[in-house]
Design a protein around this ligand. Structure first.
Ligand SMILES: Nc1nc(=O)c2c([nH]1)NC[C@@H]1CN(c3ccc(C(=O)N[C@@H](CCC(=O)O)C(=O)O)cc3)C=[N+]21
Length: 286
């Protein structure tokens, strides 16, 4: 029997409907949510993502502004742009598309984004609040995975969740959000010996390694829920996940496809955070 497919495109659409309703309510109160996206250089993959983000904003009535800066822009010029966006009342969310060119200090850039507008949830303040379980903007990809699990009716409490990968933007926060929902969490990474012996214990397996088809049959316990966060492009520019879908299909109880799994949820939660930020300005004004 094949595994149940968790359809991120569909779940994302459903959530976007309710976000669109919140946008309408905001507009009735005179507020149009606004997202600024800063794109440095002309990496074609980044340009595609940014275009997708803008289209998604447009579709639900969020104003989006693209700020394109040349590859050789100075760090200070980038910081100046961010500071100016921090002060603008029509901008509720600021996203600096990563990765940045090597001459720019990514940490410094992210720390310059006002925590009130950090809809990526990457800033030190946001990360700290998340760790403490305080209200904040959650990083879009792990947040999207939590929504996928919720909408698919998958219980988390008491389950063994194994996260493969420990990046600041996916692996680390992913484990934290699962822990907050009472999973028993194991982090694994490139230095983990005998990876399959650990991933095989997972009730929920999160693949966030960044290597195409890395997770295969030997890594997966029968009946496990497998979430594929990978977005790898092959030589023909075809998108593939970190999971060898064909090998794992039929072993896992549930699996997310790539494309159409986690990716659309990442954008959905970016829209969600942006609208949340716009709503927060109304509460503060009262
Ligand atoms: N500051 C920052 N925030 C990010 O959230 C961020 C970033 N930088 N840099 C790059 C990564 C990558 N990322 C994706 C978002 C959506 C899809 C997505 O929608 N994927 C579609 C397919 C799209 C296609 O076909 O190319 C899918 O999986 O179905 C993919 C990748 C956000 N990122």
């Amino acid at each position: 029997m094949s595994s149940a497919i968790i359809n991120g495109k569909e779940i994302g659409q459903e959530i976007r409907k309710s976000i669109a309703e919140r946008v309408q309510l905001l507009k009735e109160q005179g507020v149009t949510p606004g997202l600024a996206v800063i794109l440095v250089g002309n990496n074609p993959a980044s340009q595609t993502y940014v275009r997708n983000k803008q289209k998604s904003c447009e579709a639900i009535g969020i104003f989006s502004e693209l700020i394109q800066l040349p590859e050789d822009v100075t760090e200070e010029e980038l910081l100046v742009q961010i500071r100016s966006l921090n002060h603008r009342n029509d901008i509720h969310g600021i996203l600096v598309q990563l990765p940045l060119p090597k001459h720019i200090d990514e940490d410094k850039v992210i720390a310059t984004i006002s925590p009130d507008k950090d809809v990526d949830g990457f800033s030190p303040v946001s990360v700290g609040k998340m760790m403490l379980g305080q209200e904040t903007y959650l990083p879009c990809t792990p947040f999207g995975v939590m929504k996928l699990l919720e909408y698919s009716g998958i219980d988390i409490a008491g389950k063994h969740a194994v996260v493969v990968g420990r990046s600041h933007i996916v692996g680390k926060p992913m484990g934290q959000l699962l822990l907050q929902k009472d999973a028993t969490v194991t982090y694994t990474h490139s230095k983990t010996p005998d990876l399959p012996s650990i991933t095989k214990q997972a009730d929920i397996l999160i693949a966030a390694v960044g290597r195409a088809n890395f997770i295969t049959k030997e890594h997966v316990k029968p009946g496990a829920v497998v979430i594929d966060v990978g977005i790898n492009r092959d030589d023909h520019n075809k998108l593939t996940g970190d999971v060898d879908f064909k090998a794992v299909d039929g072993i896992a109880s549930h699996i997310t496809p790539v494309p159409g799994g986690v990716g659309p949820m990442t954008i959905t939660m970016l829209l969600y955070n942006t609208v949340q930020s716009a709503e927060n300005t109304l509460v503060q004004d009262k």
